[in-house]
Ligand binder design. Structure first.
Ligand code: C5P
Length: 198
């Protein structure tokens, strides 16, 4: 028996933290599907064709250590508009979702396109300002020099590209529970997610 939890939402809304905590709570495996697009995006930065990169992607590519940078995030959202790139990544995500013992997948289109029949769906969101503030703190903690305004502009640009694209746009599934984490602590956001799923 498989049980799939789909967690979608924009960048830095708390999806990753919530997904990991939910997976640990239920004893399920977790896949951060953004890493797939980041791994493809990273390859295009050295000139590789996006579709070829997506078709040749292997599990080790997800462990590259540059995948969390702002440049790779932007490259990921640029390759994510290409239908052939998305198609090349579908089988891996669906196979992961069906694994025995349960799976949590987080991304933008899990509840709408990848796993429309998921047993539980969440859409985790927060205001652009709150998300940019969180991302800004993360980057500063990592020692990167950046300005809040730059991070906010980056978040808004990526939101717009993810939301307005023709293929698998970022949108809450009709049957998803929306959790706005703008005013929630991490613990409260996790508690809200677990109780919605239960
Ligand atoms: O979640 P993360 O910020 O790592 O995602 C990076 C980019 O990958 C997103 O901005 C989006 O364009 C793309 N993505 C997607 N569909 C997913 C996950 C990520 O299009 N399921």
């Amino acid at each position: 028996m498989s049980f799939t939890i789909a967690i979608d939402g924009p960048a830095a809304a708390g999806k990753g933290t919530i997904s990991k905590a939910v997976a640990a709570h239920f004893g399920f495996a977790h896949l951060d599907t953004g890493l797939l697009y980041r791994a493809v995006g990273a390859k295009t930065l050295d000139g590789t064709d996006a579709i070829a990169a997506a078709q040749a992607l292997v599990a080790e590519d997800l462990e590259a250590d540059n995948l969390r940078s702002p440049e790779v995030a932007q490259a990921a959202s640029r390759v994510a508009v290409i239908a052939e790139v998305r198609a090349a990544l579908e089988d891996f995500q669906r196979a992961f979702a069906r694994r025995a013992g349960g799976a949590v997948l987080d991304g933008r289109d899990i509840g709408t396109v990848i796993c429309p029949n998921a047993e539980a769906k969440l859409f985790v969101t927060a205001s652009a300002e709150v998300r940019a503030e969180r991302r800004f703190k993360e980057l500063v903690d990592k020692g990167l020099e950046t300005r809040f305004e730059t991070v906010l502009a980056d978040v808004k640009e990526r939101d717009a590209r993810d939301r307005d694209r023709a293929e698998a746009p970022m949108v809450a599934a009709k049957d998803a529970t929306v959790i706005d984490t703008s005013a929630l602590s991490i613990d409260d956001a996790i508690a809200a997610a677990v109780s919605a799923i239960e």
